[in-house]
Design a protein around this ligand. Structure first.
Ligand code: SF4
Ligand code: SF4
Ligand SMILES: [Zn+2]
Length: 150
């Protein structure tokens, strides 16, 4: 793959490689972006991101208090923080995101960042057809299988 993987290791533990916005932008998929405008409540030209640690970050993630907190502590992510899960995590406004962080941060702590990213890539695959899926999706677009991607 062409992208710089290190840019995808979001400090909050939500691996950017399985983010719908990242995937839609990477694939230059206008149809996918159109579907995402309603979901995220932003205009189509705002739907671009090359990963949390890149220089092209989606608007919501650019001002993320979790990212700011890790930067202030001088750590790579919440997996290196003894206060996890703190109030930022517990009060995170999107339920899927919170669920992912509570699962994913301990996994990253245990596996280390490289293996954690590999495991996240593997996890977001349709169990029936192997199609690549994204965070929060409820149905595989390859085969129609109901899935729960969190
Ligand atoms: S929108 Fe957020 S979660 Fe998605 S790739 Fe960008 S920084 Fe990562
Ligand atoms: S205090 Fe919370 S947001 Fe900040 S690094 Fe620790 S777990 Fe992450
Ligand atoms: Zn499938």
């Amino acid at each position: 793959m062409m992208d710089d993987h290190s840019k995808l290791a979001a400090p909050c533990g939500m691996y950017c490689g399985v983010c719908a916005i990242y995937i839609a932008h990477r694939d230059d998929n206008l149809k996918f972006k159109e579907r995402l405008t309603g979901l995220y409540g932003v205009a189509i030209d705002e739907l671009h991101c090359k990963g949390c640690l890149s220089d092209d970050v989606f608007s919501y993630c650019r001002v993320c208090p979790i990212k700011a907190c890790t930067a202030q502590k001088g750590i790579e992510g919440c997996h290196q923080c003894a206060d996890f899960p703190c109030a930022h995590i517990e009060t995170f406004p999107f339920p899927v995101g919170k669920k992912v962080m509570l699962r994913s941060v301990p996994a990253r702590r245990e596996l280390g960042t490289e293996r954690w990213m590999e495991e996240e890539e593997k996890r977001y695959r349709c169990p029936r057809c192997g199609n690549a899926l994204f965070r929060g999706v409820k149905r595989c677009r390859g085969c129609g299988e109901a899935v729960q991607m969190d």
